[in-house]
Ligand binder design. Structure first.
Ligand SMILES: [Ca+2]
Ligand SMILES: [Ca+2]
Length: 331
């Protein structure tokens, strides 16, 4: 569907389905509109300008005992010119189960040496010889949600900062489709910047799976929320924001900056979703993403995995990535 044609009912259904609280000013659900609409006639982004009109807690962590650099993960809503409401930085599954901590110096004690013993298997699909039991190690700058064969498995326990790392174990049958919702969070919701200095932060995600699958060039990633921008003129074919500057002119008066939104398909995490038009993931060196202990102290757990994102690590702030693994990459 094009974003401009999406109905209020669609938005409310998506919010409710994702388990995110619906803000009090969200439009009421209509009863006579279909939940899904026709294929898009255009992939042009919808632009909004300025800060989110309302904000609400969308993560489970409201304070942080141990870490020195805590920023709560807040969500916001902003309306476009047509009146459609967008949730930023992402319509996350705020009530979904969290992954097991490998490192968490906020709500955990830092290094969690017993993480492997704390894993329990999430049964996605597959019985007996059909199902493989796989352990994943995951790190997101700043946040990820993991879906396996279309089923939600777990999310990053810390939405914004400090930086943490996570593990999950699940049972699934090949071919296995991994889908991750990735968020580079911010403190100035709506204009994609963070902290008192209006920094334009960067993203990045890396994962290793115990069957040998890793994040890398065979994954595909697509942006659904980009900011800050002056306008949409920097966006190329297939949402390529590679030409959008890290520091647009609006940063001189940051609250005049704009954001670009694309609707998230309802079935984006499903095995049958057609991601053939999505760009190949761009790969990033670890040092370009993070040097924080949540990743750096555990780099060996990630093996040959590489950090992935879209072409623009800075302004693409909500990114969806997918891959399908047909058979175990290694015995
Ligand atoms: Ca995190
Ligand atoms: Ca960013």
């Amino acid at each position: 569907m094009t974003a401009r044609r999406a109905s209020a009912a669609t938005i409310v259904l998506v919010l409710a389905g994702a388990g995110c609280s619906v803000p009090p000013d969200a439009p009421p659900a209509a009863t006579d509109s279909p939940a899904t609409e026709a294929a898009p006639a255009s992939d042009a982004p919808v632009m909004t300008t300025g800060l989110a009109g309302s904000t609400f807690a969308c993560g489970s962590v409201a304070s942080c005992a141990g870490a020195s650099r805590f920023n709560e993960a807040l969500c916001g809503t902003i309306a476009d010119a047509s009146g459609r409401t967008w949730t930023i930085p992402a319509d996350v599954n705020a009530s979904g189960a969290t992954c097991v901590d490998i490192y968490n110096d906020c709500t955990g004690g830092g290094d969690n040496a017993d993480y492997a013993a704390q894993l329990s298997t999430v049964v996605v699909d597959g019985d007996g010889a059909e199902g493989a039991e796989i352990t994943a190690t995951l790190f997101g700058d700043n946040f990820f949600e993991l879906y396996v064969n279309g089923q939600y498995v777990c999310r990053d326990a810390i939405g914004f900062t400090p930086f943490n790392s996570s593990a999950s174990r699940f049972q699934a049958a090949y071919p296995i489709t991994y889908a991750v919702r990735l968020v580079d969070w911010g403190t100035h919701l709506g204009i994609g910047m963070e902290y008192d200095n209006y920094n334009v932060g960067d993203g990045g995600f890396i994962a290793h799976f115990s069957d040998g699958a890793v994040t890398g060039a065979e994954w595909r990633c697509q942006v659904v929320y980009a900011a800050p921008v002056d306008d949409a003129s920097c966006v190329g074919a297939n949402r390529d924001t590679g030409a959008c500057p890290e520091t647009p002119e609006c940063v001189g008066d940051p609250e005049t900056c704009s954001a670009l939104h694309w609707a998230v398909p309802d079935d984006w995490a499903a095995p049958g979703f057609d991601d053939s038009d999505w760009p190949a993931a761009s790969l990033y060196a670890a040092d370009d993403v993070t040097r924080t202990p949540g990743y750096a102290n555990y780099a060996e757990l990630f093996g040959e995995a590489e950090f992935i994102w879209t072409k623009n690590l800075n302004i693409d702030n909500q990114v969806l990535c997918r891959v399908t693994i047909d058979a175990p990459p290694s015995p």
